[in-house]
Write a protein that binds this ligand. Structure first.
Ligand SMILES: *[C@@H]1O[C@H](CO)[C@@H](O)[C@H](O)[C@H]1NC(C)=O
Ligand SMILES: *[C@@H]1O[C@H](CO)[C@@H](O)[C@H](O)[C@H]1NC(C)=O
Ligand SMILES: *[C@@H]1O[C@H](CO)[C@@H](O)[C@H](O)[C@H]1NC(C)=O
Ligand SMILES: CC(=O)N[C@H]1CO[C@H](CO)[C@@H](O)[C@@H]1O
Length: 919
């Protein structure tokens, strides 16, 4: 009660302070970014590998970002640089233009520029199938005899129905309208047999996965200084020691904050493998005291990992960060979030002083994370300052920030469903340190210029700061786009369909061109935006509706990394679906020797990325691959929500499909994944991490495929990392050579949303979008396996075989010995229609054999011949912001085959609008 009153008081003050005019535009007030980023850009995981041998022995090169390390840490430092451009600024950020390995091109005049086909609006709806059209749901427009159906029959788990379809659809729609007084997670058994159990923590069977900060003495009444108590809850190993510098995956900590106000007097530092969870019924406020020592409230970038690109497995959700008691002129950061893949930030609010010049809400100080979702930022000098390599920001609300989003580095950003209200400036790209920005489905109200940016149209060499704006609505008083010198290049207007500033294919660089994008209606919500859905927290369910899989009588489940839990878990999932109950997986490594079938009516939530791990002979036959986890049978319609889970293999399993989704929902998002991972090797819980040391990848064909979105599926996937490991996160050999067959196969025709996903180091491709229809994807990040290309021991497809059943690209366009050509495609778009892709970040770094040192870039500067491919006349393919590194042909499409050479920007090549197949 007290808390709410405090916040309401603040909110009304805030409202009173905001006049009809937007804040004045700031002058430059960027905080200097991490000095490490002065280095020429490194591969995402490179620094990880380089540092790994030292991970447990203090690397000696901690990132100098924590407040304690700063010389001015004894008192908050005034924002000396806030009213003048910071001289250091330009030299401390990476230059995306550092493409010294690419030939220096002559602009884009060498590309043909045929008439652009898509500059007129289409008056017909793009799609006639799907959710927005009413009537019974039919599986797309393809013939009803489905390949996936026949294929799936052969991979039916022994213990489950063998029919092609689940007979009953359970638990449709919303389940409860109650408002419980206690969050169900808090009410779980956290000390008895039902608690999370980390089987790979040696010698500590009572290691506490779950920590309630109040049990460590933290007070939530706004008094005192709670930093040390909460830090202790994060740090403790449960037996008097610390988790600090103890790796990523075997010692997870889910740290729960009940509602209330936690006042901190110094920086709280998260550790690898830490999940901060606030009570969503009463989001806890983490508040900087007025006498705070330091300049960062919460540091998510564990200093022990050395570089932001190696900060894996950190998450924070359901919290409010508050810096309103810190002088608004001081340089102060609410959240330092220089982190990597496998991390999550969701349902977070940040409150900063109004009219601030020095406060930053979230500072993504480097790193390589994929998604930041559902964040509201009030006040402050800068809402988000970003130099992360590639990020999908989704549903971000900037209210009264002097600058909403400040780009200080990185290569590509998708800003989806952002709102700017009462801000001085929406997006600042004047530093020219960001390659590309897509502003999608966003709204600007009473905000100054939406985007101020460096005009790279006449730059020689790399052209950065490229922009696409699509589906923007604006309250209209202020210009939409203005260049650094103040020239308005897109006037104020209430609506922008599509506007392009950057490399355009077919054609050449467009210095501001209006265009139209035809969106399939089935992908849209009621407001004409691409459908999005917030991660469910089940806060309206009483604890009695939540079933802990380790507490079901008669169906014992261990999660101990040894016992086969598949039979009992299958029974529990069937039972929970039938009873409309939520399935809670306390942390554990749940071994599956048979397929785990997730039936319609399932709601599954893990603690700290609970692990489902395939094992044994069911998954060894590469000619008859089987799903380790299978969501529905082809044709099933229902609810299947899955979150905070990791899917993996506990040994080399060439016939394992980690996750197969066949189910669709009645409504968009009924089948959804939030904050999930598929991993193959690299973690403490699998023998793949220790056994795969032969340089010949045929010795370690560790999984058939990460994820299959089958033809009848319709899924919403937010923040998923599909990683075939290039290094070990938690000890083991320093060189591992793992070959997983495939990343994600997307064959869905009904509607698919991929909001911030990544697939790395898979052998035949990262994304294969085959005969698919109605696909939305925002930010698809990939890396090519490090042991392909020139000098590779195995040449694609070897050691794998092309599977016609799974519609593999067959590389028949390459000569049989051309290893540069026979390197994994980042994204293969094969036929299909209505494929809407926003933000690809496709990186290649190494070739030949893998030395684990990250120090030998591809000899010619070009690792592979083709990065993307489009074939079989895809209809209405819109591909905005396509970034590649160290490839020759960016898109092999048999039309213009655009090359990096002609489209320099970003890490090496960038196409801001690829509209070759839009119709
Ligand atoms: C808050 O506590 C931390 C940890 O004990 C301490 O380092 C810091 O100085 C305290 N802050 C203030 C303002 O006293
Ligand atoms: C870029 O060059 C073109 C052609 O020389 C010229 O017309 C245009 O004004 C230049 N733009 C800027 C921003 O200098
Ligand atoms: C694409 O074209 C190839 C070669 O023409 C053909 O074998 C394949 O079946 C086609 N795929 C689709 C999805 O039509
Ligand atoms: C945020 C925004 O501008 N949304 C628009 C997207 O486009 C549809 C029409 O296709 C508009 O109705 C929305 O307002």
């Amino acid at each position: 009660m007290y808390i709410e009153l405090v916040w309401m008081a603040f909110a009304s003050t805030a409202a009173a302070n905001i006049g009809p005019l937007p804040l004045p535009e700031p002058t430059q007030l960027f905080a200097p970014d991490n000095g490490l980023l002065k280095l020429s850009p490194e591969p995402i995981s490179a620094l990880a590998g380089a540092l790994l041998p030292f991970l447990f022995t203090q690397s000696g090169s901690p990132v100098p970002t924590s407040a304690q390390d700063s010389p001015s840490s004894q008192t908050p430092s005034p924002a000396a640089t806030s009213t003048t451009p910071s001289p250091a600024a330009t030299s401390t950020t990476p230059s995306p233009a550092a493409t010294s390995t690419t030939p220096s091109p002559a602009a884009t005049s060498t590309t043909p520029s045929p008439a652009t086909p898509s500059t007129t609006p289409s008056s017909t709806p793009a799609s006639s199938s799907g959710y927005n059209n009413g009537g019974p749901k039919v599986p797309g427009s393809t013939p009803s005899v489905s390949r996936s159906a026949s294929r799936s029959a052969s991979s039916t788990p022994g213990g489950s129905s063998s029919s092609g379809k689940t007979s009953t659809n359970y638990c449709m729609g919303a389940q409860t309208t109650q408002t419980p007084t206690e969050y169900w997670l808090h009410a779980q058994d956290h000390t008895g047999n039902g608690r999370g159990y980390a089987p790979f923590v040696e010698g500590n069977p009572s290691y506490p996965v779950y920590r309630d900060v109040t049990a460590y003495g933290a007070k939530n009444d706004g008094t005192g200084n709670q930093t040390s108590a909460i830090q202790q809850a994060i740090n403790t190993d449960g037996q008097g020691g610390t988790r600090e510098s103890k790796g990523n995956t075997y010692m997870p900590a889910e740290v729960f904050l009940p509602g209330g106000v936690y006042t901190l007097g110094s920086t709280l530092t998260l550790r690898l493998g830490t999940i901060i969870v606030g009570d969503p019924l009463n989001r806890p406020i983490i508040k900087a005291s007025s006498d705070f020592i330091g300049s960062t409230l919460v540091n998510g970038q564990d200093p022990a990992s050395g570089h932001p690109e190696t900060v894996f497995m950190i998450a924070m959700r359901n919290v409010i960060l508050d810096t309103t008691d810190i002088d608004s002129s001081y340089s102060f950061t609410a959240l330092q979030w220089g982190i990597a893949q496998g991390c999550a930030l969701s349902n977070v609010e940040i409150n900063m002083p109004q009219d601030s010049v020095g406060h930053i809400g979230i500072h993504l100080n480097g790193g390589s994370t994929i998604a930041v979702t559902d964040v509201t930022i009030n006040g402050g000098g800068i809402g988000i300052q970003n130099s992360n390599q590639q990020v999908n920001f989704k549903n971000i609300n900037f209210n009264g920030c002097r600058t909403g989003f400040a780009a200080t580095g990185g290569f590509t950003v998708v800003l989806q469903s952002a709102t700017f209200q009462n801000c001085g400036l929406g997006i600042d790209m004047t530093k020219n340190d960001l390659g590309s920005m897509v502003v999608l489905d966003s709204r600007s109200t009473n905000t100054g210029t939406l985007v101020k940016f460096h005009d790279s149209s006449n730059d020689s060499g790399s052209r950065n700061s490229q922009i696409v704006i699509e589906n923007l609505s604006s309250s209209g008083q202020y210009p939409i786009a203005v260049t650094s010198d103040g020239t308005t290049v897109l006037n104020s207007q209430s609506y922008v369909d599509t506007w392009i500033y950057g490399n355009d294919i077919p054609g050449s660089y467009k210095a501001g061109e209006s265009a139209y994008t035809t969106r399939p209606s089935t992908l849209l919500d009621g407001n004409g935006r691409y459908f999005i859905r917030k991660q469910p927290d089940y806060s309206n369910y009483p604890a009695s509706q939540v079933v802990n899989v380790k507490k079901v009588s008669g169906l014992p489940v261990k999660g101990d990394g040894v016992t086969d839990d598949s039979t009992n878990l299958n029974a529990i999932l069937r039972q929970n679906a039938a009873n409309c109950q939520i399935t809670y997986f306390p942390y554990g490594v749940y071994i599956l020797r048979d397929t785990l079938f997730i039936p319609p009516g399932s709601r599954i939530i893990g603690e700290a990325w609970a692990v489902l791990s395939g094992a044994g002979s069911a998954f060894t036959d590469t000619w008859n691959p089987r799903a380790v986890v299978k969501v529905g049978y082809p044709g099933d319609v229902g609810v299947a929500e899955i979150q905070n889970m990791r899917f993996t293999v506990s040994e080399v399993l060439p016939g394992a499909i980690l996750l197969e989704i066949n189910m669709a929902g009645t409504n968009p998002g009924d089948v959804g994944l939030w904050n999930t991972l598929t991993t193959v090797g690299g973690t403490a819980d699998t023998s793949v991490s220790t056994s795969c040391i032969n340089q010949d990848p045929s010795y370690c064909m560790a999984a058939f495929m990460h994820v299959h979105l089958a033809e009848s599926s319709s899924a919403y996937v937010e923040n998923h990392w599909g990683w075939t490991a290039d290094h070990n996160l938690d000890g083991g050999p320093s060189v591992i050579v793992i070959s997983s067959g495939r990343g994600i196969l997307v064959e869905s025709t009904r509607a698919t949303w991929l909001v911030g996903t990544s697939f790395e180091h898979n052998w035949l491709y990262q994304y294969n979008i085959h005969s698919a229809q109605n696909i939305y994807a925002g930010m698809m990040q990939t890396e090519t396996p490090y042991m392909q290309g020139e000098g590779a021991i195995q040449t694609v497809p070897a050691p794998w075989s092309i599977s016609n059943q799974y519609n593999d690209p067959d590389y028949s366009w390459c000569s049989s010995t051309d290893q540069h050509c026979r390197s994994a495609l980042s994204t293969n778009v094969d036929g299909g229609s209505n494929i809407m892709l926003y933000g690809s970040a496709a990186w290649a770094f190494f070739e030949g054999t893998w030395n684990g040192l990250y120090n030998t870039p591809c000899a010619s500067g070009i690792c592979q011949t083709n990065m993307m491919r489009v074939t079989n006349t895809t209809h209405n393919l819109a591909w905005y912001s396509l970034s590649t590194k160290s490839t020759d042909v960016m898109v092999l499409d048999a039309h213009s085959n655009p090359r990096e050479y002609n489209n320099p920007g970003g890490w090496s090549g960038m196409i801001q609008a690829y509209r070759q197949f839009m119709a």
